[in-house]
Design a protein around this ligand. Structure first.
Ligand SMILES: Cc1cc2nc3c(=O)[nH]c(=O)nc-3n(C[C@H](O)[C@H](O)[C@H](O)COP(=O)(O)OP(=O)(O)OC[C@H]3O[C@@H](n4cnc5c(N)ncnc54)[C@H](O)[C@@H]3O)c2cc1C
Length: 418
């Protein structure tokens, strides 16, 4: 586990992703005195940005602190495939929690991407947002029969999508796998631009931004006193923790684990890409995934490794992992110019059941966790922003329990973490 006081952005990611590098906006001020605010958001990556924008839009007085340049932590490493399909297939989640709860989680995820799309459009957030379909490919032991069962379960849950057999998949997409699920309702974007646009929108509604590191949280009756590394304190009625894969000790959860992941971006491709630039991913636990960019690049990622956590070791593996990813790209899409113009790596947080950790921190009801882990990190960050705002307004719902930090998790999911 990362030491929360010492981890820096360089520990969270290495190499160079292809995202637009812009000067940090809005500018962060230094904290030069103690002060009070209604809601303090700790962390200004995409999770904190979503929370700050939404809470400010709901009329709260919001302050945001980050100890480094916002967005340049895990957010910059993201490949920003904004999928509603969760890393854990609906069938797996049903085995863990039963159909009703699993289906409800999937529907919340679909609503989250739909909500994020409406937010981006409604606020005119310039972030390269593109509505996309997703293509979930049969892989390994998970062949046509497994995908058909997943498709039928999704239909029963009221989720959209179509089952493609081998012939249809080959004819429509030129991709040769046993089968696939084609689903509407996802999107891709530039994660850094998204995060910055959200922070700018929050600032326009009066949110304050500060360059500060939280080092202590003292939970009193009426609020939380947050100690900063320079000795100042901020007193907040409520605190939202959006510190990414670096969790303060008191948010400990057995469910959470850090792994490493790698990605590449090709040069703009000379030949046409697959049909409409669908978001591609595989029906396998260690899946490879691919998306395109508006410039015609292909981004491919995967090769996740739970045994590699140490940042230097992770970054040293970049050439080998890039070579392995390029081989997978050639197998998936033989017409690609399989070269890596950008190679990067990142720490990757996962949970035993594939669901995020969202909600009040046990024993600290005024401190809210916004940890959207896994390949749906940003979808879950959106969900966190809405759930936390509702909790603060006293509008807690029964379905929030599925994401609670102290949820009861079946032993099977915990064993997988071991
Ligand atoms: C290679 C890779 C590919 C991914 N692909 C996808 C994808 O396709 N789709 C998807 O949805 N998700 C994806 N993810 C996951 C997604 O990127 C993350 O879930 C998301 O970026 C996390 O954002 P965050 O704001 O929570 O964390 P961060 O961006 O890391 O932001 C946390 C911020 O908190 C600050 N901070 C930490 N501690 C303190 C403190 N004590 N005081 C003050 N500030 C503090 C940090 O400086 C940092 O800026 C991917 C991740 C990786 C690594």
């Amino acid at each position: 586990m990362f030491d929360p006081e010492r981890v820096r952005h360089d520990d969270l990611r290495g190499g160079t992703p292809p995202w637009a590098q812009r000067p940090s906006r809005p500018a962060r001020r230094a904290v030069d005195r103690d002060f009070r605010c209604e809601i303090l958001v700790v962390g200004a990556g995409v999770t904190g940005s979503l929370a700050a924008e939404h809470l400010a839009a709901r009329g709260h007085q919001v302050c945001v602190i980050d100890r480094q340049r916002p967005g340049l932590g895990s957010t910059a490493a993201s490949t920003a495939m904004l999928l509603w399909e969760i890393d854990r297939p609906l069938s797996d989640l049903t085995d863990l929690y039963g159909f009703e709860r699993a289906a409800s989680v999937y529907r919340r995820s679909l609503e989250a991407v739909t909500g994020l799309a409406a937010l981006v459009e409604g606020r005119g957030l310039a972030c390269g947002w593109r509505p996309r379909q997703s293509l979930y490919l049969a892989a390994g032991d998970d062949g046509a029969r497994t995908l058909l069962a997943e498709y039928e379960l999704r239909r029963r849950a009221g989720l959209p999508g179509a089952f493609l057999d081998h012939r249809t998949l080959a004819r429509e997409f030129g991709i040769h796998r046993e089968a696939a699920l084609l689903s509407p309702g996802s999107a891709d974007a530039d994660p850094l631009l998204l995060s910055q646009a959200l922070l700018t929108a929050a600032a326009a509604r009066g949110a304050g931004f500060f360059d500060a590191a939280a080092v202590a949280y003292d939970h009193g009756g009426q609020g939380v006193t947050v100690g900063l590394d320079d000795g100042h304190v901020i007193e907040a009625e409520q605190v939202v923790l959006a510190t990414g894969y670096v969790m303060p000790d008191f948010v400990a959860s057995d469910l959470h684990r850090i792994a490493s992941s790698w990605a590449i971006a090709t040069p703009p491709q000379p030949e046409a890409l697959w049909r409409d630039g669908e978001l591609i991913w595989e029906a396998s636990r260690a899946y490879t995934y691919a998306r395109t960019t508006p410039e015609g690049r292909i981004i491919v990622g995967g090769e996740d490794d739970g045994a590699v956590v140490e940042p230097d070791e992770r970054d040293a593996l970049m050439p080998d992992k890039a070579a392995a990813i390029l081989r997978k790209l050639s197998a998936l899409w033989p017409r690609a110019e399989a070269a890596a113009e950008f190679v990067w790596s990142g720490a990757f947080g996962t949970t035993g059941d594939g669901l995020p950790l969202i909600g009040p921190v046990p024993g600290h009801p005024r401190i809210h966790a916004a940890y959207g882990y896994g390949g749906n990190g940003i979808t879950f960050s959106y969900l966190a922003s809405r759930m936390i705002a509702a909790s603060i307004a006293g509008e807690r719902r029964a379905w929030f329990d599925a994401f609670a930090i102290d949820r009861d998790v079946p032993a099977a999911a915990l064993r997988e973490m071991a």
